[in-house]
Ligand binder design. Structure first.
Ligand code: XMP
Length: 614
């Protein structure tokens, strides 16, 4: 079998470090074309073989001194070029246009009006409106000669531009994310301009991967790290299919941060799919000891990753697996590599467990095999299906490698803005000016978020309204406005209980078995209630987060419900929970008599909030 689609990518994506640009590769695959992601520094001779070139978005401003560049001659190759966000600004500036800081930093949904339905917009009607996703500070204020405007938004006149003769195009927003409802039609039009063959299919990819795994593992077996989640399960099945179950040895480290009963369930499921060699190692002690007194989220993540590797090394030694005969396997999928700053120009949002330094070293030495690392979750599930795995196994919600550890927030001391009263008063005034009567508190902790391709670490805001008046759509809109407006916060949560004056942090608090046990219960009840209300499949993920925030001055903490809708986790929408669901959940929680004094419901989309809280 030949694999021309896979061996000859038709589109080169030059990566300037956007968190979402990699969705482009996926959007292009969904249009049956294979692309390749390259560094912007790739020499021109190498770019000549592609049918089209895309310059991605990125966190820089084009006029910063060290802003990443492109060889100007790329625009004279006669190959169509599409610049997106940063790429659009870079192209415009280099070809003689002007880029300036925008008057407002624009993040979120905007309405695009088609001015001319040609070029990238040949699939649209003139004057048609379509929703797009903006995430930018700078704008192209003057077009380069011979470019014309194809579409505009209210705040951004040059939102889609083109020089149709030279086949050069620029888009200010991100067509590759789901919030750009018809972005795929624009990418499709670009592929048409490039004259691409539509020859990429997932079953071909699977065959190609199996062949590649066979070559890569020649003379070696695979020692696979398993978290129990969908990805590592599919990786196990794929490797077993490629080289035989005898040659794959799985290690499931029970960190102590798994969901309630998960280790038992996962072990049974893996046995059920024909896994032969599986070691389950109980590491509760190692983890809780190492995380004693640790508060910083990145430090926590790194320690968790390191212990994982220590245990792997120890067991590999005990089992006599020397690295001339064994490769280390991981179920890493594409988005895991991006958030860890896996590409040259990307900002690091958070270190995923499978990208800590020691693993990275092994990767550099060619000692790691990651058969799913080009794929997104939906594609991994498809591969799982093609391999014959049971649906209930592959349709489970994604679960992060560090498990509940990243959902148990830690605090050394209460952490509020120095000018908390002023900030709160400003927020309160803004909310009142919008016609709402809500109690508000800035919570005395911080969580991780992402904005304009960069990491943020800021406070959540809590608002309280009577559930009787629950109007989720209005609250979601308010949450977006508030996070756009006030730099001190990156999330807005609805408190499901009245906000008393004495909201305080429980401190110092680090990771303990007792805290994890409380979260396991609250999490199990949440998931069971989602299933009972038939909502489990509608949400992408439904983390419950334990936060060291108390309402009653005791050690009792609070939880946050964080259900989201998404298709690939790079962007997500806060999922609307019906009132009946919330009432039911609160009821069940009360019956469980857990030491929980507050319950919050996270109303923040991603961006600006990440899915997990750290
Ligand atoms: P965030 O919180 O960045 O998460 O919006 C995006 C997706 O990644 C998952 N996640 C992880 N997965 N190792 C993983 O395997 C990790 O360290 C990790 N951190 C976050 C998260 O659950 C969501 O699906």
């Amino acid at each position: 079998m030949t694999h021309t689609a896979l061996t000859n990518p038709q589109i080169a994506i030059l990566d300037y470090g956007s968190q979402v640009t990699h969705l482009l590769a996926r959007a292009i695959r969904q249009l049956d074309v294979y692309s390749e992601i390259l560094e912007p520094e790739t020499p021109l001779e190498q770019l000549e073989k592609y049918k089209g070139i895309i310059l991605s978005g990125g966190p820089n401003s084009v006029y910063e001194p060290n802003a990443p560049q492109i060889d100007q001659a790329v625009f004279d190759l006669g190959i169509p070029v599409l610049g997106i966000c940063y790429g659009h600004q870079l192209m415009s500036r280099m070809l003689g246009g002007k880029v300036e800081p925008g008057e407002t930093r624009e993040y979120g949904k905007a309405d695009l009006t088609i001015v001319q339905n040609k070029g990238l917009l040949s699939n649209f009607e003139p004057r048609q409106q379509t929703q797009v996703w903006m995430s930018h500070g700078d704008t192209v204020t003057e077009l380069a000669p011979s470019f014309e405007v194809l579409a505009s938004t209210l705040d951004c006149k040059n939102a889609v531009i083109g020089d149709l003769n030279r086949k050069l195009f620029g888009i200010q927003f991100h067509p590759e994310v789901n919030h750009s409802l018809e972005g795929s039609k624009m990418i499709d039009a670009f592929l048409e301009v490039c004259n691409c063959d539509r020859d990429w299919q997932l079953p071909d990819y699977l065959n190609h991967k199996i062949a590649e795994i066979k070559t890569q593992t020649e003379g070696k077996n695979v020692f696979l790290l398993i978290s129990g989640g969908v990805d590592s399960t599919v990786a196990f099945a794929l490797l077993s299919q490629a080289i035989g179950a005898d040659r794959v040895h799985g290690l499931l480290v029970d960190t102590g941060f798994m969901r309630k009963n998960e280790v038992t369930q996962v072990t049974a499921a893996l046995k059920g799919i024909g896994v032969k060699n599986l070691t389950v190692y109980n590491a509760h002690n190692e983890y809780f000891t190492a995380l004693k007194g640790i508060y910083d989220p990145e430090t926590k993540r790194k320690i968790i990753g390191q212990i994982f590797v220590d245990i792997k090394d120890k067991l590999a030694d005990e089992m006599g697996l020397d690295d001339t005969k064994w490769l280390l396997g991981q179920g890493t999928i594409y988005p895991d590599t991006i958030e860890s700053g896996g590409t040259k120009h990307a900002d690091k949002i958070k270190t995923h467990h499978n990208r800590i330094d020691r693993i990275q070293e092994l990767i550099n030495q060619g000692k790691v095999i990651e058969p799913l690392s080009d794929l997104y979750k939906d594609e991994v599930r498809e591969i799982g299906k093609l391999l014959g795995l049971p649906a209930d196994l592959i349709n489970r919600h994604p679960f992060p490698g560090p498990g509940l550890a990243v959902r148990v927030l830690c605090a050394e001391k209460a952490d509020l803005p120095t000018d908390n009263d002023t900030e709160t008063a400003k927020i309160q005034a803004y909310i009142e000016a919008k016609g709402y009567q809500l109690q508000t508190r800035i919570l005395p902790i911080k969580s991780v978020g992402v904005q304009g391709d960069s990491r943020t670490y800021r406070h959540p805001l809590a608002i309280y309204d009577h559930l009787a008046q629950y109007e989720p759509q209005k609250l979601l809109k308010l949450a977006t406005d508030l996070t756009n407006q006030f730099a001190v916060i990156n999330r807005v949560t609805l408190s499901l209980t009245p906000l008393s004056q004495n909201v305080d942090a429980v401190y110092p608090t680090y990771l303990t078995p007792e805290r994890v046990a409380v979260l396991q219960e609250a999490d199990a009840i949440f998931n069971d209630t989602l299933k009972k209300h038939d909502l489990y499949q509608a949400v992408w993920q439904a983390p419950v987060v334990l936060i060291p925030v108390t309402f009653d001055g005791t050690q009792s903490e609070s939880i946050v419900l964080r259900p989201v809708a998404s298709t690939e986790a790079m962007t997500a929408d806060a999922f609307v929970l019906p009132k009946a669901f919330l009432t039911d959940y609160l009821e069940q929680l009360k019956e469980a008599k857990l030491p929980i004094s507050g319950v919050f419901y996270d109303l923040t989309h991603k961006p600006p909030g990440t899915i997990e809280w750290e």
